[in-house]
Design a protein around this ligand. Structure first.
Ligand code: SAM
Length: 282
């Protein structure tokens, strides 16, 4: 085994998504050797340390989105003084939709060393077993709460050829799948829930199928959604256009706005959508 302790560096260490067995040997060594360990939530991470017999003493500090700027300065000072500084988040890889990025930037800006002990990440775990194209993908984080902003995101996805990965909360996943199914019913989707945990579940199918499954059940746990890109869309049929128009009308959109939005998101000519709107309104 290589010597892991090199003087003066910040190491981002990935931690398990749920299954404690996914902690790497190197992560464990770094926990034992670190001069200081920054955790998103020290109480949460103590479970991981005690399960692995890591005595943390006074080495634990918190670093979360509200104190990252101040803590980053401390980290720079420690690394400059020659300390081995470890940074973890609650689960998965720090800095990926989690605190850590500002600390990394600050240490790099000071001309000091940043390195990684890579490991679990919900995005990569879900994508790798999705069965969907994984050579090219986009990670879109959490979807916006506001429906207008979410709609703009869907307009981008209408044109996106790469596989799309995003996080979703259990409370909102059914309605988001419903919104997407109205636009791209034939695209394949995978909902990855509770990865590596006791109740791990992957629900696969077309958006139409998966949205129907989730509409009829209560959902708990942590979720990553993996959605097929545009290149796999078939021809958009008239029923899909009309369903999307109704969705817009139900949301209070004028016929003009509904036609504009549906034409843009489904990639169908405005004239055709307008004609279908007129027929549907008869
Ligand atoms: N940095 C983390 C990583 O690399 O995995 C991601 C942090 S992000 C704030 C947390 C989100 O990741 C959760 O809301 C959920 O969408 C997803 N997630 C985390 N653990 C998961 C799991 N075991 N199964 C499915 N999704 C998970």
């Amino acid at each position: 085994m290589e010597e892991t302790k090199t003087v003066g560096q910040l190491v981002l260490v990935a931690t398990p998504l749920g299954n404690l067995g996914d902690l790497s040997r190197r992560a464990l060594e770094l926990f034992r050797e670190a001069d200081v360990i920054y955790c998103e939530d020290t109480r949460h991470s103590r479970v991981l340390f005690s399960a692995n017999d890591v005595a943390t003493g006074r080495r634990l500090h918190s670093l979360h989105e509200h104190n990252e700027a101040a803590q980053s300065e401390q980290i720079v000072a420690r690394v400059r003084a020659g300390e081995l500084v470890v940074l973890i988040s609650d689960a998965g890889t720090p800095g990926i939709s989690d605190p850590g990025g500002r600390a990394v930037a600050a240490v790099l800006a000071a001309g000091l060393t940043v390195t990684t002990a890579p490991g679990p990440s919900a995005v990569i775990a879900a994508l790798s077993i999705s069965g969907l194209a994984s050579e090219r993908f986009v990670m879109d984080g959490f979807l916006p709460r506001k429906s207008g902003e979410r709609r703009r995101r869907y307009e981008q996805w209408a044109k996106e050829e790469r596989t799309i990965v995003f996080y979703e909360s259990p409370q909102r996943v059914a309605s988001v799948l419903q919104e997407l199914a109205a636009l791209f019913p034939e695209r394949r989707v995978v909902v990855a829930r509770e990865l590596t945990k006791l109740h791990e579940e992957l629900v696969r199918g077309t958006l139409y199928e998966v949205a129907s499954i989730f509409a009829a059940r209560e959902v708990v746990g942590e979720i990553v959604v993996v959605l097929e890109g545009k290149s796999f869309d078939g021809q958009v049929d008239d029923n899909t256009v009309v369903a999307a128009l109704h969705e817009q009308w139900n949301d209070g959109a004028s016929t003009r706005d509904a036609v504009e939005y549906v034409a843009e998101t489904l990639g169908v000519s405005r004239r055709d959508v307008y004609q279908l709107a007129l027929d549907a309104r008869k």
